[in-house]
Design a protein around this ligand. Structure first.
Ligand code: MD6
Ligand code: FE
Length: 211
């Protein structure tokens, strides 16, 4: 932890990666997730390779991340309903912008918010987030519910990753030199969270379209 960020409460995991422990009111987020999911239900998308993802997903905001046989991309409508994604709650947007600024990324303009739901055993294999237009914009990632081990490499997938345990209420901000790091989530272990039950939720804010 550097002295600079110790005062503000963030731990600098590496260049461009900031971990804010216990930064969030998990209960308030969970209620808003329920509102989004009522209009755009969680679904297990197909990978371009034809596998069903173990993580269930939905989106809010102007653009939503989707995957199907045609590939990964952002879409301005929910392919299951043909309707626009539910709006991004303004409180969420403000908190994402605040966390980004507190991590040194001023001027974050999120237009996409992906909500991941992990049941016990669900995981995410190592990937890069590179479907966005502007890599100068950071990613803000919020964790709720069951803990998970988040693994990150560098710019290559090879080698042993570093691991960090993400707990309910933690926020991870990354950008700059870390923006294109490979990363993934180890299978979520059995457990029961007081608010979220047998689930982990991850909310990621991104600038997907041109700034
Ligand atoms: C997750 N997160 O924590 C998956 N990507 O469930 C991500 O894939 C991710 O947390 C980019 C930046 C932050 C993230
Ligand atoms: Fe990612």
């Amino acid at each position: 932890m550097t002295d600079l960020f110790a005062a503000s409460g963030a731990e600098e995991l590496g260049p461009g990666m900031f971990l804010w422990r216990s930064a969030l009111d998990a209960g308030s987020y969970l209620r808003s997730i329920g509102d989004v999911a009522q209009r755009a239900p969680f679904r297990h998308m197909l990978t371009p390779g034809g596998r069903r993802m173990s993580v269930a997903m939905t989106n809010c905001g102007a653009l939503g991340w989707v995957s199907d046989a045609r590939g990964y991309r952002y879409a301005d409508t929910d392919p299951d309903s043909g309707q626009a994604w539910p709006p991004m709650p303004e409180r969420w947007r403000l908190e994402a912008v605040r966390l980004a600024a507190g991590s040194g990324f001023d001027g974050f303009l999120p237009d996409a918010c992906l909500i991941n739901r992990y049941a016990i055993g669900a995981r995410m294999t190592a990937h890069q987030d590179r479907n966005e237009h502007d890599y100068s914009q950071p990613i803000v990632s919020l964790s709720l519910g069951l803990p998970a081990s988040f693994a990150f490499h560098g710019l290559a997938r090879s080698g042993r990753p570093r691991r960090v345990r993400l707990e309910s209420g933690d926020a991870l901000v990354w950008g700059g030199p870390a923006r294109l790091y490979f990363h993934g989530v180890q299978p979520v272990g059995p457990g029961h969270d007081l608010l979220c039950g047998p689930f982990r939720y991850n909310i990621t804010f991104r600038r997907a379209g041109p700034a």
